[in-house]
Ligand binder design. Structure first.
Ligand code: F6P
Length: 361
């Protein structure tokens, strides 16, 4: 009798912890259940074009602390809308049937997708429209996947951003400068908020709270008058000033997300208003690269093991999730189409305000 086979892919932007979750899935599947694991390369693209690698125990040895993903990944590849060249003309085509064909060809019983909101939304459509059995594992430095407390990669990116803030503090103080750190996070402010608290930022700007540039300037000048010649600002890439017309629809197509330049734009305005020197550091992809923190290694191992256990229990179309530090799997249908943003009345915003952090509102 042929062995039970599962498929595995990593989709969307990479993050620290992907390799550790691949390792946990493969070890659990093979050691505990005797399954075979087929990894598809570059996210859903590998399923559409049948690019794969068999994953055995030796393939995942030494992966725990390695950044990136051995499977590769792609941002914005959607099997329901693939840009193809047809007689020299670029056209979008629905190639989602090929996903089902590839899985059938490999005799795969269930697919594990490790991804963020886009990857999970596509998984939901594949379940509904193609009848594919899927288990999802939430990852993204943005921490914006609903129904789980934390996503793989988030804590490592908070560590990276916090270290950057610590370094900026010392040079800001020496030069009496205003320092802006622009961090990623798409339309949610989790990285900015948590790194801002951990790194002692004076001002934290997040997409969920449009800011008033004059209030930000006023806080900087107040600090100067109190003898603090420097200020530290952490700004999410998706933050916007009040009245800004750019769409901040968290569900908007990634192709058109205007996530860049929030730091330099703010710096130009603040220099005019404060007449102080304002410097910008864009942390960018440093937040996504490198080794996962111990927290993320543990989280990815927990979620990887949990995903395979869900398959073994026949609990398909679920997302492995953690709530209040407990495994708490949820239906993919309850996650799809949603984005977890920072609650304005949540504890973190409140404690930041209590210790005098300004959100520019
Ligand atoms: O979703 C993760 C993320 O890093 C966002 O924070 C950021 O806006 C986006 O991906 C950048 O993606 P890309 O790799 O396409 O530049």
């Amino acid at each position: 009798m042929s062995k039970f086979r599962i498929g595995l892919l990593t989709g969307g932007g990479d993050c620290p912890g992907l390799n550790s979750v691949i390792r946990a899935v493969v070890k659990t599947a093979i050691n505990n259940y005797g399954y075979e694991v087929i990894g598809f390369k570059d996210g859903y693209l590998g399923l559409v074009y049948n690019r794969f690698m068999k994953l055995g125990l030796s393939d995942v040895s030494g992966l725990l602390d390695r950044g990136g993903t051995i499977l590769g990944t792609t941002n914005n590849f959607d099997p329901f809308r693939v840009l193809v060249d047809h007689d020299g003309e670029k056209q979008y085509r629905d190639l989602s049937d090929r996903v089902a064909d590839t899985l059938r060809m490999h005799d795969i019983q269930c697919l594990i997708v490790i991804g963020g909101t886009n990857t999970i939304n596509i998984a939901h459509r594949l379940i509904k429209e193609k009848g594919i059995r899927i288990v999802a594992i939430p990852k993204t430095i943005d921490n914006d996947v609903p129904e789980t407390d934390v996503t793989i990669g988030f804590m490592t990116s908070v560590n990276t951003a916090t270290q950057a803030l610590d370094k900026l503090h010392s040079t800001a103080e020496s030069h009496h400068r205003v320092m802006i750190l622009e961090v990623m996070g798409a339309a949610s402010g989790w990285v900015s908020l948590e790194a801002g608290i951990a790194g002692g930022a004076d001002i934290i700007l997040i997409p969920e709270i449009p800011y008033d540039t004059r209030k930000v300037a006023r806080r900087i000048l107040e600090r100067k008058n109190q003898g603090k010649g420097f200020s530290i600002i952490v700004v999410s890439e998706g933050s916007r000033p009040l009245g800004d017309n750019l769409s901040q629809d968290p569900l908007a197509d990634d192709d058109v997300q205007p996530f860049n330049g929030s730091g330099s734009r703010l710096a130009a305005e603040l220099e005019k208003l404060t007449r102080l020197e304002v410097k910008v550091t864009v942390l960018g992809y440093l937040q996504r690269g490198g080794e996962p923190s111990p927290y993320d290694r543990i989280l990815s191992t927990r979620l990887g093991v949990s995903a395979v256990n869900l398959i073994a229990e026949g609990q398909y179309n679920m997302m492995a999730a953690i709530r209040n530090d407990q495994h708490c799997p949820v239906q993919i249908a309850d996650v799809a189409g949603k984005v977890k943003t920072v609650p304005l009345d949540g504890e973190l915003v409140k404690i930041a305000r209590s210790i005098g952090v300004s959100f520019g509102d």
